[in-house]
Design a protein around this ligand. Structure first.
Ligand code: HEC
Length: 244
């Protein structure tokens, strides 16, 4: 806080106020929530994101991110600071960090995926801290894991999130002309019929699922960001049945 002096009436008040502001600018502890990663798999292009706030409106938070290695019982085995002194003013409530994880191991000596978590710690100007961790362990995806996807890679996502309403029979007569549990009109997935599949519907699927976010309808189970990235990449490649 800046010290300003108004002469003469407010002088004494200003000095007191200024002194107090400098020695103790923040009485309330920050609040911080790690939004992502929170379990599952983490892609190279995903970012660490969080929400942080503080009731003291002029406060500025300093953010530290640590990478934790967990054992199979979710006990922390080791930790390493991956970012420190990230400034988080309170105007930006939702913040992300582009974690470059090129030299972080994906698997352990036995070849099993390493279970990671992120811990975030926010410290305010007065030194009050708050922290949060990933709700569940996550594993890291290989740099190329989202490239060259084919129908086998994305079909489970359509089956899980769309089949309920977009299969045979469809949820309503107006959408009976296509199915999202099969590849195209020639795909003989039972019950066999010549309805269009995801391939013919790909532009509409991109619009509803990726651009508008209107499918699946609000209130239904939603695919993760990672699943949406998979579908996005597959569509960008021309929605191939089998990739090279
Ligand atoms: C709870 C049922 C339900 C689920 C789950 C659902 N949809 Fe839909 N979808 C509908 C209904 C009903 C319509 C037609 C009315 C409308 O547009 O709201 C529709 C319309 C669509 C359309 C537009 C069709 C056209 O004629 O252009 C697309 C594309 C679509 N859905 C894709 C998806 C995808 C992709 C998923 C899964 C990721 C999904 N939907 C999940 C019920 C559902």
């Amino acid at each position: 806080m800046r010290c300003t002096f108004a002469w003469p009436a407010l002088l004494v008040f200003s000095i007191l106020n200024c002194g107090e502001a400098e020695s103790d600018p923040a009485n309330n502890s920050p609040e911080v929530t790690l939004v992502s990663p929170n379990g599952g798999e983490f892609a190279p292009t995903q970012t660490v994101s969080w929400r942080a706030r503080d009731k003291d409106k002029d406060d500025v938070l300093s953010i530290e991110l640590e990478l934790l290695i967990l054992d199979e019982n979710d006990e922390v085995q080791s930790s390493e600071v991956i970012a420190t002194d990230l400034e988080n003013t309170l105007e930006i409530e939702s913040t992300t960090y582009d974690w470059q994880r090129d030299d972080v191991a994906l698997v352990n000596g036995a070849g099993d995926p390493i279970r990671y978590a992120i811990r975030i710690t926010a410290t305010d100007l007065a030194g009050n801290t708050a922290s949060d961790e990933s709700d569940e362990a996550f594993t890291l995806l290989d740099a190329g894991a989202l490239d060259n996807l084919d129908w086998d890679d994305v079909q489970p996502i359509f089956v899980r999130y769309c089949k309920r309403c977009h299969s045979e029979p469809a949820a309503s007569p107006g959408i009976e002309y296509f199915r999202l549990d099969k590849y195209n009109a020639k795909d003989p997935a039972p019950p066999t019929n010549d309805e269009q599949g995801v391939f013919e519907m790909r532009e509409s699927v991109a619009r509803q699922l990726l651009q508008l976010g209107s499918m699946p309808p609000f209130g239904n189970n939603q695919p993760s960001d990672l699943d949406k990235m998979r579908i996005q990449n597959w569509l960008d490649d021309g929605a191939p049945f089998s990739a090279e």
